[in-house]
Ligand binder design. Structure first.
Ligand code: ATP
Ligand code: MG
Length: 224
């Protein structure tokens, strides 16, 4: 059984009386432990796809199965709980909270879940060390470089130990060296923590280095 199974997903946006059909019948299986890249032109619908896969957005039609669970058939509270337990998200913009330190930002999802404070902070610190920011834990986002902020966002996405990590252009605005560092981290996350990863990227070298490559084009997802 696939870990994630998307079946015939449709998603459109309606704006100013116009309809944009972004996902037009997407079906896809992702196995446990896979490391998958997704490429596609700007505006092709990669973020839309990732948001639907991560249950941040509902499709107009179609199904999502996590193992044998029919995710879109759940009620809102069940979906939110599923998302908290299952999905780590690195957004195209990092969305760190500006008034909190790096350490507090990383620990935040665990604290919101009312996990114990001391172990949550300890694990947040460990993750920050893992992404090379052990010396930056007390910096606020405005006191970090773009690449550092993106690494904090990656650590935050991992703090609840999700089985699935969805990363939307985690290296979008970074120089090649910093970008390669993030890619290396993603590979470690996949290999060492066994986390199933889907990474949207415009970086052709990164995309090609992944064991499985997907392309989003004309509302369809195909193997690239
Ligand atoms: N809330 C919205 N309302 C209306 N149209 C939207 C909305 N969000 C996205 N779109 C449109 O849907 C299409 C797909 O957007 P999406 O953000 O998924 O593209 P993308 O592949 O992630 O692009 P990029 O590589 O630039 O991040 C685009 O044409 C965009 O303009
Ligand atoms: Mg996008």
């Amino acid at each position: 059984m696939a870990l994630l199974s998307i079946r015939n997903v449709f998603k459109s946006y309606f704006l100013h009386g116009k309809r944009i059909d972004v996902l037009r019948g997407v079906s896809l299986d992702i196995e446990k432990g896979e490391m998958v890249s997704m490429i596609g032109a700007s505006g092709a619908g990669k973020s839309t796809f990732l948001h639907v896969l991560g249950t941040l957005d509902m499709p107009a039609a179609g199904e999502l199965f996590f193992e044998d669970r029919n995710v879109f058939a759940m009620n809102d509270a069940e979906i939110a709980d599923f998302r908290n337990r299952t999905i780590g998200f690195v957004f195209q913009s990092h969305y760190l909270l500006p008034e909190f330190t790096a350490l507090e930002n990383v620990a935040m999802p665990a604290l919101v879940q009312r996990r114990e404070r001391a172990p949550s902070y300890a694990y947040a610190r460990e993750l920050l060390e893992r992404v090379g920011l052990g010396a930056r834990v007390d910096h606020r986002p405005g006191e970090l470089s773009g690449g550092e902020a993106q690494r904090v966002a990656l650590a935050r996405a991992l703090v609840l130990k999700p089985p699935v990590l969805l990363a939307d252009e985690p290296t979008g605005n970074l120089d090649p060296v910093t970008g390669e560092g993030i890619h290396q981290l993603l590979r470690e996350v996949n290999r060492d923590l066994g986390i199933t990863c889907v990474v949207v990227t415009h970086n052709a070298t990164l995309a090609e280095s992944m064991p499985r490559r997907l392309r989003l084009n004309a509302g369809q997802v195909t193997e690239a």
